[in-house]
Write a protein that binds this ligand. Sequence first.
Ligand SMILES: [Zn+2]
Length: 364
Amino acid sequence: VKSRRWILALDVGGTNMTAGLFHDEVGEPLVLRSRSTPVAEGVGAVVARGVALLDEVRKEAEGAGVPPDRIVGAGIGVPGAVDPTRGIVSRAPNLAWNDVPIRDRFQEALGLPVVVDNDANCAALGEWWAGAGRGSRLMVGATLGTGIGGGIVREGRVLRGVTGSAGEIGHMTIQLDGRSCSCGNRGCLEAYASGTAIAQRAREALEEQRIRHREGGDPNRAGRPDDVDSPLPDHVGSTLSEDAGSILDSMVDGRWEELTAAHVSRAAGAGDELARAIMAETARYLGAGLAGLVNVLNPDRIVLTGGVALAGDLLLEPVRRHVRRQAFPSAAEACVIALARSPEGAGVRGAALTFRREVLEGHR
Ligand SMILES: [Zn+2]
């Protein structure tokens, strides 16, 4: 009789955490639970909530007939730089963690062996196991969220590089002396095409539009009492279609600081010109970055995941076009660019497979 082994998994995000239980040979969870991440309360609170969530999952699995001694360990995905050998999160800006020995803390609390990895590596592996990366020999997973993460999966294993940081595709320079990035460098892909960057570029475009309106003196704009320039005749304003005013402004009641990439993609979907221009530009940045990866790695699959990927075809189609135009033709032709099957579940699934690979199979 084949032994049945079960693996706990936890994907710690900057907003929510998801826990699940997986059979070691099945990419679908038996139990799945989500809860918010208490980032502001510090590492201890996050670990405590993660452990509580995993305990809930354990209890529910027991109720479903999984013997507790068949649960062999846990895989954990964390958004940040992880040293998987020592189980230490060296830097996780979204959680405000520095040098946290996260593996030992979870091991002690759970009484089980634990493996920790970067969340984008986990998401890539999860999509390879039971998602849009299935059957791929060389896959790049691009997580487009608050930042841009990446994971490279070769023959079902995460390519880690010499010190474990391989796959950081968000920090490829796409613009010399460009926008400041969270990593301290300038011009990184993440500084242009992450959710944060999309929202920021939208705010800047709105500001430019407002200045144009002031200079153009459009008399129809409400709430601009300092609009003192002499207005252009009506017919002039109406021919400047890009100056028609964006619905992004009304979507957040003029509170631009609340704008997110989701607003921009929704407005673009509704035909808003300013939002469409932002999304088209985003696709160019992503296309440039991914075309470089296609030329360097010659992968057969690129899987886009994370919140920004929820924009769907609005982003996917132009990204495909830019990659086809910029990458070597044979390499571009061999590479399928697809959206993740489960942008939310890939990380927790990949965390489970990471445990299987590293502990049950003994691979690094
Ligand atoms: Zn960077």
